[in-house]
Unconditional design. Structure first.
Lengths: 257, 308
């Protein structure tokens, strides 16, 4: 059919629009991706790390590095999917403008999530380069964090998009950041090992998607994947699919006035 | 020739209210068709259905010979939409607003680029090519929105209040551009609550209120049918108006009193104006004899009270 566009064309153009905008601010964006994990690595990995005993034979910096890659992914995707997408949904009327073209709501949602994945994968790449420069990446399997960053980024972006579809103001996102994002950051095995935690705490951590992303990242960066890694990756994939379906549903309801 | 738009018994209901309550209209190719009505009349809801974004709750609608329920994507490929609120992309400079928007359509990048250049000239923004959107005046933004709506060479252009909030110079420039488009044969649908805009641009129009169509015709025919040729206005309280009209044979001309104004609607056959003027002069009252306008029709049909 030549008269109209394909689904993928529409989604790619929506992602392309965001990429075009992002290219104008790429330097600032990369600095954010680069600077913050670097500060955490220095302050916690090497500062606090001096008084932390080895974990499973790893220095604290070695333990922390793979998790910093994916916590960057979570924050990149979450900020873009809340504040960025909410601005496009409301004040800028970007989605409304696109809906006047052949591009459909489903294509907008898919394109947005695709964009969330790409931007997150870029963030993961920057942090990977940083931790590699500190000699904290022993295995080539670490390159696997790029597709992992894309997948996890798409998942966190889709989760954020659900909040965006429900939100009536920017302030609403405080709930999401305080009640879910911050606890995930702190209790998903980024800063301390979950092994040895009380069983209830361990079980609770399994509910947080970031826990599984951190587990996969650590296995890849250390070059020690196992069947557990595949299980964790499957959980991430499942969560991503569920979040995308929900985001599409909620945003459709929000946009179809 | 089959109509570009055909609607019958068209309805749009939301959870708690009826926005469009069963309307019928046909829009022919090359025509400029207007929807007039106060806020909340159902104009924008109708436009959104034509846009094939919001779907009809009942009735039938065909746009460019297709059904929006099934062919929304194909319809929108051939539509140009100029929305009420400026939703230009403030993150992108002027030219990129056209290029990115063009990328949403199934047309080659080179075609979009060539058309973007032509359109910037057409709307007199050639020298603003790399400017940021926030630097543009309201009139420039509007012109850019119109240029953006034309990026896919649409057969049907939908304009939702194209000049609301603009100063007179900016409005006239936009009207000139829209008349140029009409001369090229682009079918246009516009909503407005500016009567002069509708009178200048529309071949035919409907007046809507409360989700219904109250009247439908060319501006001239509507004025003739509902008001006449001239309006005699007199500054007068209700009591003064009663005294003024006492013993006067209006020969069937209708009149209306609101606030402190008496209006008598005259057609040529009445030949009343001289007698009215004489009487007003005699009484030393303020008066005005003017041509009847679409605004008279509008106020007569939709009422003078604010229902907000």
């Amino acid at each position: 059919m030549t008269a109209s566009t394909s689904f993928l064309h529409g989604a790619a153009r929506v992602a392309g629009r965001n990429l075009t905008v992002w290219r104008r601010y790429a330097a600032a964006s990369a600095l954010g991706n680069f600077g913050e994990p670097l500060l955490y690595l220095i302050a916690l990995g090497y500062g606090l790390g001096r008084v932390v005993p080895p974990i499973d034979g790893l220095s604290y910096a070695e333990f922390l590095a793979p998790a910093l890659i994916v916590s960057t992914v979570m924050y990149t995707a979450t900020f873009e999917g809340t504040f960025g997408a909410y601005t496009r949904l409301t004040t800028q009327g970007t989605f409304e403008a696109i809906l006047a073209t052949p591009v459909t709501i489903s294509e907008i949602v898919t394109g947005e999530i695709l964009w969330g994945g790409l931007k997150s994968a870029f963030g993961a790449t920057v942090v990977l380069v940083v931790v590699r420069a500190f000699g904290l990446v022993p295995s080539w399997l670490a390159l696997g964090v790029l597709p992992l960053g894309f997948l996890a980024g798409a998942m966190f972006y889709a989760m954020a998009l659900c909040m965006t579809a429900l939100s009536k103001s920017y302030e609403f996102f405080n709930y999401y950041f305080t009640l879910l994002v911050a606890p995930m950051y702190l209790f998903s095995g980024v800063f301390f090992p979950l092994e040895g935690a009380p069983p209830w705490a361990h079980r609770l951590a399994q509910v947080l998607p970031l826990t599984h992303v951190v587990a996969v990242s650590r296995a890849l960066v250390r070059g020690q994947p196992s069947w557990h890694t595949v299980g964790h990756a499957a959980v991430v994939l499942g969560c991503a699919a569920a979040a995308m379906a929900l985001a599409a549903r909620l945003l459709r309801r929000r946009l179809q006035i | 020739m089959s109509p570009v738009v055909e609607a019958s018994a068209l309805e749009k209901r939301y959870a708690d209210f009826v926005a469009v309550a069963g309307i019928d209209f046909r829009i022919a190719s090359g025509e400029c068709f207007g929807f007039l009505g106060p806020n909340g009349a159902g104009k924008t809801s109708t436009m959104r259905m034509l846009q094939s974004v919001s779907l009809p709750s009942a009735g039938t609608l065909r746009v460019l010979g297709m059904d929006p329920r099934h062919d929304g994507k194909r319809i929108r490929t051939r539509l140009g939409v100029c929305p009420q609120a400026d939703n230009l992309d403030p993150d992108l400079p002027v030219i990129d607003n056209l290029l990115v928007y063009g990328s949403y359509f199934p047309q080659a990048r080179a075609v979009t680029a060539r058309r973007a250049d032509e359109l910037l000239e057409f709307v007199a923004l050639g020298d603003k090519r790399n400017h940021a959107i926030p630097e543009l005046s309201g009139g420039m933004k509007r012109r850019l929105v119109i240029a953006r709506a034309l990026i896919n060479e649409p057969e049907l252009l939908l304009l939702d209040e194209p000049t609301t909030g603009l100063d007179p110079q900016a409005r006239h420039l936009i009207w000139t551009k829209l008349r140029e488009l009409r001369a090229r044969g682009v079918t246009m649908v516009l909503t407005t609550h500016y009567m002069d805009e509708a009178e200048r641009l529309c071949d035919r129009l409907v007046i809507m209120d409360g989700g219904k169509i109250l009247a439908q015709d060319s501006p001239r025919a509507l004025i003739d049918a509902h008001v006449g040729q001239e309006v005699f206005e007199l500054g007068a309280s209700a009591a003064e108006a009663r005294d003024f009209l006492a013993g006067l044979d209006l020969c069937g001309a209708s009149h209306e009193h609101t606030g402190d104004l008496l209006a008598v609607f005259l057609s040529a056959k009445h030949q009343l104006s001289e007698r009215l003027i004489e009487r007003a002069r005699g009484a030393g009252s303020r008066y005005l004899l003017r041509n009847a306008t679409l605004e008279d029709v509008f106020l007569k049909l939709t009422g003078r009270e604010l229902d907000e």
